[in-house]
Design a protein around this ligand. Structure first.
Ligand code: ADP
Ligand code: ZN
Ligand code: ZN
Length: 749
């Protein structure tokens, strides 16, 4: 049944979305009013005719019906750029669960209209000789300001307005008078703030390989024949994927189309930008959170006005309003930063595919270790799969040693470095080659506990252990709570209160102890707080100002370091200990990508994988860089357990101020699903409800967390269940309770 009421915003800007007005949809317009459509409505006291955008539909009135006005007509100019942004927001809201306002704020990234920068210029309208004559005439009449202006314009065809006003001291009325007399014209140029500074260097154009050429042709042929598709490029770093992106985009631009290039992290912007800039020059721009508001606003304007062809940025760059979008590239598509952590918890991969389908654009996904999702879809034929094997140039895959840490301990080695790793580091220092040491920090707490009674030091506000930092402080990584490290156990007063495992700081210390001469750089969340610290550390290492780089996940991607011939992965299985169905996938990706950093410059590389679980399939396949082998084992497990991508899973997280009300709401919501199921057996068969239960982290910032999961093979079925749960919660007007939905979650709660 068609909806009866529409929410409409009159002025579509970020801050006005909080103030939608509800209107009645007249019968005759019921088919043509939907989110994104522009309508004429009577507005305000005088019922002036205004244009507004429909943002949402409903069957219930929020106010007494007699007070509502009625939509006058539908604007017939078709869907505008704003309209299609609203359509995307509406899709996000439905598909991922959130309010329409939150969805609109995600899509309309610029908060307010900012002042446009302008520049005025003055151009002569008659030939210089005539200007000179006119100038002499003016001088005779003692119109000296006019004379100055005309002399100046006789020499220069165009002059900045400000120069005439200030340097030549000409009044604006004088300039206007001269314009009226037909000597010159005054024009206003609007300027864009451009975050991309001019870059030097010309591109070294390569001759594409047959594989690269075939892929580019395929993508463009599908596009030209009106059937743009989704493509997955599976190839190790260095296999030439970026050359494919550049090739496709180049031809898209030739057809007057635009491109969005998503990269997983701001840290990778510079090097990607440099490559695109060398090919496309000023037609490329970036957008990300490090830009000022004005810069962001101007990039959106440039995109809308056709001033740029390519935008590079993290997942939010998806919402750049290009009028003729041709292709969206999602590089490193397996990265977890493509999933939004706030509502709507959208995934950039799926959203890219949706946006592309609205614009009849192509989507290219690229990865050395594709997500199970992407590979599974590719194998099912939903995406076209291209395998790009091998690297360009002389680089070869490194030799890999897997070291069993249990064995090291048995042999009496208590250091964080295995004997093999220590030996190889020493060799590298000798040879003047570089080493990268990678610490898998996910799931790692750096917690301290009492060896006498087992008491673990925890944050009083969050259900997590505190991490020890240098200087004797204990810090909560969730809420920032800090306390001084006690000398004795608060429970039993034993003095054996000790730290467990090692963090990057401790590894740096251990290196100083064991290799006093080595120059060490550290890269982790603590050393990269400021805007360009990533770039500084990485370029210092690239310039060989250090022998060893120690770091967390952030060092495994980006930047080529030709002099790195050794990579040590200190505790490969830390991420396996998470109680999470993606733990194996994450471990495989991290170890494979870290190992791939060795021997990129022609010199052979070696990799040491230290682990407590050398027999785990994700470690075994990563050591062999064998994606296929890993995929087969992992997908079997997912299939058996009905986990994504084989089935779909909706996580519902309830956050509450008091524990009981959260628990209770969870129970009511799961009962509701069960009730639907028993009344509607056919549709709901195989809907599986798990929970409710306390979340693994049961408290953050003094807010209690409960969670339940719903699994089903069909995503849309879960969307419908979410709709039921959403309206149930809306009716109950929850107080001090927050309900969040997360489809196919990246982390379990
Ligand atoms: P990826 O994006 O898969 O990491 P790139 O496209 O960045 O791979 O390519 C890695 C390196 O190999 C780059 O320096 C690139 O210029 C070079 N390269 C890529 N394709 C070719 C080719 N067909 N011929 C020669 N060099 C190439
Ligand atoms: Zn104790
Ligand atoms: Zn805390």
């Amino acid at each position: 049944m068609a909806a009866k009421y529409a929410d409409i915003i009159i002025d579509i800007s970020h801050e006005s979305v909080d103030r939608p007005f509800q209107y009645i949809i007249p019968q005759e317009l019921s088919d043509s009013v939907y989110p994104g459509v522009r309508v004429h409505v009577p507005f305000g006291n005088g019922n002036r005719d205004k244009i507004g955008y429909v943002i949402d539909l409903s069957d219930e009135a929020n106010y007494p019906v007699e007070k509502l006005k009625t939509i006058a007509s539908v604007d017939d100019k078709g869907i505008t750029a704003e309209g299609s942004q609203i359509q995307i927001a509406y899709w996000l809201k439905r598909q991922y669960g959130s309010t329409m306002i939150a969805a609109l704020k995600t899509v309309l990234s610029v908060k307010q209209k900012l002042k446009q920068l302008e520049k005025k210029k003055v151009t002569r309208c008659i030939p210089p000789e005539e200007l000179l004559q006119a100038a002499q005439l003016c001088r005779k009449k003692h119109q000296t300001a006019k004379a100055r202006t005309l002399y100046a314009l006789a020499e220069e065809e165009v002059l900045p307005y400000e120069l005439l006003r200030q340097k030549l001291n000409v009044a604006s009325q004088t300039l206007q008078a001269l314009e009226k007399q037909g000597f010159l014209k005054i024009e206003t140029e609007s300027l864009y703030r451009n975050p991309v500074k001019h870059m030097d260097g010309t591109e070294n154009r390569v001759t594409l390989s047959d594989t690269q050429r075939t892929i580019i042709e395929d993508v463009l042929n599908d596009y030209r024949s009106g059937e743009p598709g989704t493509y997955l490029l599976h190839g190790v770093t260095g296999s030439g994927k970026t050359e494919v992106y550049l090739g496709v985009i180049e031809q898209m631009i030739a057809m007057g189309r635009q491109a969005i290039v998503l990269i997983p992290e701001i840290a990778l912007t510079y090097q990607t930008l440099l490559r695109f800039y060398k090919r496309f020059g000023d037609r490329v721009s970036v957008i990300n959170s490090s830009l000022s508001k004005g810069e962001k606003y101007d990039q959106i304007r440039r995109a809308k006005d056709g001033g740029i062809d390519v935008i590079i940025g993290p997942r939010s760059a998806l919402f750049t309003p290009f009028p003729r979008l041709g292709v969206i590239i999602v590089d490193e598509e397996h990265e977890s930063s493509y999933k939004s952590e706030s509502m709507p918890k959208y995934h950039a991969r799926e959203t890219a595919i949706q946006i592309a389908s609205m614009h009849h654009a192509s989507v290219i996904l690229g990865s050395a270790t594709p997500s199970l999702e992407a590979y599974y879809r590719a194998k099912k034929g939903e995406y076209k799969l291209y395998e790009m094997t091998g690297r360009h140039g002389s680089s070869t895959l490194p030799d890999v040693y897997t070291i069993d840490l249990r064995e090291e301990l048995k042999q009496g080695n208590r250091s964080v470095f295995s004997r093999k790793l220590r030996e190889l580091i020493a060799q590298r220092l000798e040879a003047g080659e570089q080493t990268i040491l990678f610490l898998n920090r996910r799931g790692y707490a750096g917690f301290i506990s009492c060896r006498a009674c087992g008491h673990v030091m925890k944050c009083p506000h969050c259900d997590v252990s505190l991490s020890e930092h240098r200087g004797g402080m204990l810090i909560c990584h969730y809420c920032g709570y800090e306390e001084a490290r006690p000398d004795r156990c608060p429970e039993c007063a034993s003095k054996y209160l000790l730290g467990f495992k090692a963090g990057t700081e401790q590894i740096e210390e251990a290196l100083h102890k064991e290799f006093p001469a080595a120059r060490v750089l550290r890269m982790d969340a603590d050393t990269t707080r400021t805007k360009d610290s990533y770039e500084k550390i990485l370029s210092a290492f690239a310039d060989e100002k250090a022998d060893i780089l120690v770091g967390t996940q952030m060092i495994v991607k980006g930047h080529d370091f030709p002099n790195v011939t050794l990579v040590g992965i200190l505790a490969a299985d830390l991420s396996l200990n998470q109680n999470d169905y993606r733990a194996g996938e994450r471990t495989f990706q991290l170890v494979t990508q870290a190992a791939g950093r060795a021997g990129r410059g022609g010199k052979p590389g070696e990799v040491v994988i230290q682990t407590y679980q050398p027999e785990h399939y994700s470690i075994i396949h990563a050591a062999k860089q064998d994606y296929q082998g890993f995929y087969e084992e992992e997908i079997t497990y997912r299939d058996f357990m009905r986990y994504p991508p084989v089935a779909h899973m909706l996580a519902v997280l309830i956050t509450s101020r008091d524990k009981q009300s959260g628990e209770e709401l969870g129970r009511m919501m799961t009962e509701l699903v069960n009730k639907e199921q028993s009344e509607n057996e056919e549709a709901y068969c195989e809907v599986q409800v798990i929970g409710p239960t306390e979340a693994a982290i049961s408290k953050i910032n003094d807010m209690y967390r409960h969670v339940f999961y719903i699994k089903h093979a069909d995503y849309q079925m879960l969307v419908e269940i979410k709709d039921i749960l959403e309206s149930f919660c809306k009716e109950r007007e929850l107080k001090n309770l927050i309900v969040q939905y997360d489809f196919d979650p990246i982390n379990t709660y």
